[in-house]
Design a protein around this ligand. Structure first.
Ligand SMILES: *[C@@H]1O[C@H](CO)[C@@H](O)[C@H](O)[C@H]1NC(C)=O
Ligand SMILES: *[C@@H]1O[C@H](CO)[C@@H](O)[C@H](O)[C@H]1NC(C)=O
Ligand SMILES: *[C@@H]1O[C@H](CO)[C@@H](O)[C@H](O)[C@H]1NC(C)=O
Ligand SMILES: *[C@@H]1O[C@H](CO)[C@@H](O)[C@H](O)[C@H]1NC(C)=O
Length: 460
């Protein structure tokens, strides 16, 4: 069926500042959410709540079909909540990205939003006895984990797909991410890695000779580069294409963060190894990401890719500003490429680089240890009811929890899986690993629902 026909778009009157009673008084903003009761057994069935992450909530709803499939089995109510400062949930409209209005963009505020929303909607919908399970992918998965850690009174369990809670807390080697991106391409063929590395080497040589005309023509750039900064930007744009394809290496074509062919990493490697001109191959490979529509006449260096406090990419538009701010404050993404443990040009991004960017852009000093302090770091063994799922193709996987801590803190591996593949709708091209992972997730979630129903019914 066409899910869109059964989803209602609503706005929730949300408290602006959950943690200060003076600064914003009782000020509120409109927070968008999507809701469908198509499958819900009213007042009884559980609530499946997606903790929205850094983008338009429709994007996540339309790419997380597993949640509604599972809702059909469990007769659940489904809610996708949009994260403050993203999509249409801008607390101060177009002024949201000014200083100091941006300052209410924190992980803590977002979690409090979700908790308040769940509590009030349960009242409104006469659903106070309905267990709540949270779902999220990527940063949304981190939020699901944190919801269970911080609000176990509200949330019975969390399915955190591809949630890099360790690397974003500064607990993983800074080379891990681009190493793992590289590994995906290398696993198609060692020659693929070689070709990519070779192409970046040629680009470096042309840049050293300041042969900017040749660089412009080989890469079909709209404007000729004219400085080391332009070359740095070009390298960033190119590296980002590989990052996106590694993350979205699904076995069928998708429309999530742009359009991707099926198995984009394979397509990229075929392209990289297709002719003898490595630079043109590299341009065409970047085109898989930036020229998916096939209508681009040239690559505009500064509009297709934004450099920000997240070396894995911030996206474009308003959402990119919000994410840059988050990467400048709580979320630590100091990942580097170095041309030794990965195939990319050396592009360090140190804590010092981050401070410089963030103080200039947002007048903030990042707090590299805060996330670790606030959300338990790697000492989460006393938590419960969390599934950490990760696909081995996903460069974020090794930034997350790969080993089960206990029978209720469970790590699931999805071999041949990219970024939160398990949250997507079932597809004929799914590897058997993700079919099994979803079955296991469904079983565990059933148990949580049963346990929590008993608890809720015993409450006075
Ligand atoms: C906020 O508080 C003020 C002063 O108490 C009151 O007049 C106003 O109606 C309140 N606004 C909302 C949205 O509750
Ligand atoms: C974009 O794709 C089209 C169709 O394949 C191609 O003709 C065009 O040259 C590409 N643009 C760039 C900048 O590579
Ligand atoms: C990567 O390292 C090799 C030496 O191992 C060097 O020849 C090449 O130019 C480097 N590539 C880049 C882009 O720096
Ligand atoms: C998942 O895979 C990783 C990396 O291969 C491994 O270290 C880990 O033990 C595996 N975890 C589970 C639960 O099988």
């Amino acid at each position: 069926y066409n899910l869109i026909l059964f989803i209602f778009l609503k706005y929730f009157t949300q408290t602006l500042d959950h943690f200060n009673f003076n600064s914003m008084g009782n000020g509120t903003f409109s927070q968008r959410y999507l809701i469908t009761d198509k499958h819900w057994k009213k007042g009884y069935g559980p609530i499946f709540f997606y903790t929205g992450n850094e983008g338009d909530i429709w994007e996540f709803a339309l790419n997380s079909g597993f949640i509604t499939e599972l809702a059909a089995q469990h007769r659940a109510l489904v809610i996708f909540a949009e994260h403050r400062y993203y999509g249409r949930s801008l607390p101060f409209g177009k002024d949201s990205f000014n200083i100091p209005q941006i300052s209410l963009l924190t992980v803590e505020q977002a979690l409090a939003d979700y908790s308040v929303m769940i509590t009030e909607l349960k009242q409104q919908l006469a659903a106070t006895d309905c267990p709540v399970i949270v779902f999220g992918g990527s940063y949304g998965g981190m939020l699901s984990v944190y919801m269970r850690l911080k609000y176990p009174n509200i949330v019975a369990g969390a399915l955190a797909a591809s949630a890099p809670i360790l690397s974003t807390a500064g607990l993983v080697d800074s080379r891990q991410f681009f190493h793992d991106v590289t590994a995906d391409f290398e696993s198609i063929a060692p020659e693929c890695r070689k070709a990519v590395r070779g192409a970046f080497h040629l680009l470096k040589e042309l840049a050293e000779f300041q042969d900017y005309d040749r660089i412009q023509s080989e890469f079909a750039l709209c404007k000729s580069p004219s400085s080391a900064q332009d070359i740095h930007q070009l390298n960033g744009l190119l590296r980002n294409a590989f990052t996106v394809m590694a993350m979205l290496d699904y076995p069928y074509s998708t429309h999530f963060m742009g359009s991707m062919p099926a198995n984009p990493v394979k397509v990229a490697c075929d392209t990289m190894m297709s002719g003898s001109n490595l630079l043109v191959n590299l341009r065409n490979t970047a085109g898989i990401v930036y020229n998916a529509t096939g209508v681009l006449t040239c690559f505009d260096l500064y509009s297709l890719y934004l450099e920000c406090a997240d070396p894995t990419g911030c996206g474009l538009g308003f959402n990119s500003m919000a994410w840059d701010y988050q990467a400048c404050t709580e979320i630590n993404l100091c990942y580097e490429s170095n041309n030794v443990t990965d195939m990319f040009p050396p592009m360090p991004f140190t804590e010092r680089d981050r401070e410089l960017h963030c103080s200039q852009r947002w007048a903030v000093v990042p707090r590299p240890d805060w996330l670790k302090t606030q959300f338990w770091g790697d000492g989460i063994s006393s938590a419960s009811n969390i599934i950490f799922s990760n696909g081995d193709l996903d460069p974020w996987a090794n930034g997350g929890v790969r080993k089960s801590f206990s029978s209720s803190l469970i790590a699931i591996n999805i071999s041949g899986g990219a970024h939160h593949l398990d949250l997507r709708s079932s597809n004929d091209a799914d590897p058997v690993s993700v079919i099994n992972a979803r079955k296991r997730e469904a079983d565990i979630i059933s148990q949580w629902i049963k346990m929590d129903r008993t608890r809720l019914q015993q409450l006075p």
